[in-house]
Design a protein around this ligand. Structure first.
Ligand code: G
Ligand code: G
Ligand code: MN
Ligand code: NA
Length: 255
């Protein structure tokens, strides 16, 4: 209760910050994107996980202000993140919770932030979960289609958890599927898990979508997942989430 209340002032007090984790191209090893992740440093309790305070923010309605802020942050750092000697901008992906997605002004908000920051729509990506599709599926598809038409790339996050079903994937206007890290944990020791991942990758590719593997922590996992056909990796093996400044330095050194 106390925490939920404190979250309201955390934004104002500057206790929230963003970190960025790179997405690595499996074949070239280059940084092809980054995911923006929010952090809350509470003056007494220290760092509180978004896994804890995002649900609270969704319940209290604070998620609107919080997501607006993450979008501004992400779009503000985006132009500084250049690879390939300065020409190619590394796009930044923001997590969009279902509560925010389902609001009528969602697409307008994205358009507004892009316009105000001058960021190209193809520099911003969004990550949604299947939760956005539980209600008003047709409306969800309409919003995604509109964003995509603007040039915003859409990822389906945490794929393989919850209500996952491969059958609806083909009806969704999405570009990337992020396989949940629970698929990775035993991939090198369980033949069944490896075959499952191979199958999912094949299906996603048949739908002309890109496969991101999350939670890659060891070189063994990376080499097997590469053989299984993954396109992009994200995980501690390559980098932990970094401050904008550290992320910029990493991009400069890599490219
Ligand atoms: O970064 P970390 O692993 O602690 O994140 C835990 C959970 O919080 C993940 O499910 C992640 O998607 C979510 N999360 C992190 N940052 C944000 C954010 O800015 N917005 C939303 N909606 N979720 C976030
Ligand atoms: O739910 P979502 O996929 O948005 O959550 C992403 C979170 O996963 C990041 O916030 C990050 O803290 C966490 N994460 C990223 N890479 C790894 C990893 O290699 N191992 C583990 N355990 N967590 C990771
Ligand atoms: Mn995510
Ligand atoms: Na995920």
């Amino acid at each position: 209760m106390e925490l939920a209340h404190r979250l309201k002032s955390a934004l104002v007090e500057g206790e929230l910050s963003m970190v960025y984790q790179p997405l690595i191209d499996v074949r070239s090893g280059q940084i092809k994107g980054m995911e923006a992740l929010v952090r809350w440093k509470h003056p007494e309790y220290g760092f509180i996980s978004p896994a804890q305070f995002i649900p609270m923010a969704e319940e209290s309605g604070q998620i609107v202000e919080l997501t607006n802020w993450t979008l501004w942050q992400a779009c503000s750092v985006s132009p500084g993140m250049r690879a390939d000697g300065g020409s190619a901008i590394v796009p930044v992906a923001v997590n969009i919770s279902p509560v925010y997605f389902q609001r009528d002004d969602f697409v307008d908000q994205i358009r507004h932030v892009l316009k105000k920051t001058g960021v190209d729509p193809d520099q911003l990506q969004i990550e949604i979960t299947e939760g956005v599709l539980l209600k008003e599926q047709q409306q969800a598809v309409t919003k995604l289609t509109e964003l995509r038409r603007m040039g915003v790339v859409i990822s389906l996050d945490d794929f393989g958890t919850g209500y996952s079903s491969l059958s609806y994937l083909k009806n969704l206007p999405i570009d990337k599927v992020k396989l949940d890290r629970s698929f990775v944990v035993d991939v090198t020791t369980s033949e069944a898990d490896a075959e499952l991942v191979r199958g999912v990758i094949e299906i996603v590719h048949n739908l002309n979508m890109v496969v991101v593997i999350e939670g890659v922590e060891t070189a063994e996992q990376a080499s097997l997942l590469s053989l299984l056909g993954s396109d992009l990796f994200q995980g501690y093996l390559f980098s932990r989430p970094l401050t904008a400044c550290d992320m910029q330095a990493l991009i400069r050194n890599c490219c």
